[in-house]
Design a protein around this ligand. Sequence first.
Ligand SMILES: [Zn+2]
Length: 167
Amino acid sequence: MRNDHIFYVQGREPDPYEIRVKLNPLSISCTCAAAMNGTPCKHRIQLLNGNPENVVAFTAGSNEAISSIIETARNNGVMELLAEFDAAGKAEKNAGIANEKAFRSYRNEIRRRVLGETKTDKSITKATTKLNESTDKWIEAYAIKEQLRKSLHDTVFSGGSWHEQNT
Ligand SMILES: [Zn+2]
């Protein structure tokens, strides 16, 4: 079985991105900007999810290659890590939304106080506590997501390192 595979994936840029896969040890690089910034980009995640929708010049051989990549990823615990990363991303997004909501409430309580709609600082204090709590939650969720991103990047999703060594 071949140890390395190259795919071209049509993304937002006119030229397709190049995804290079090495099976042993598993390493997947992509030439897109997100990958260069250390993010497990959607092009590689799509490939690992067996979704070849955007692969350019897809052949029966590509199908076979994707199957062996998925199998290798499964055996290496990569799929679990990706699922965790996906969940962490959603949790971070929700925590961020809650944080923004808490910030709007906090500002609203200040506005109400200034307009004399509230007579004491009690509701501002309450909103401040909620804002601080939601900020802590967001920071925590962000840190978890970042840790998983780093784990993926340091193992299989090495942005461009393998790429640079071999071109
Ligand atoms: Zn990419």
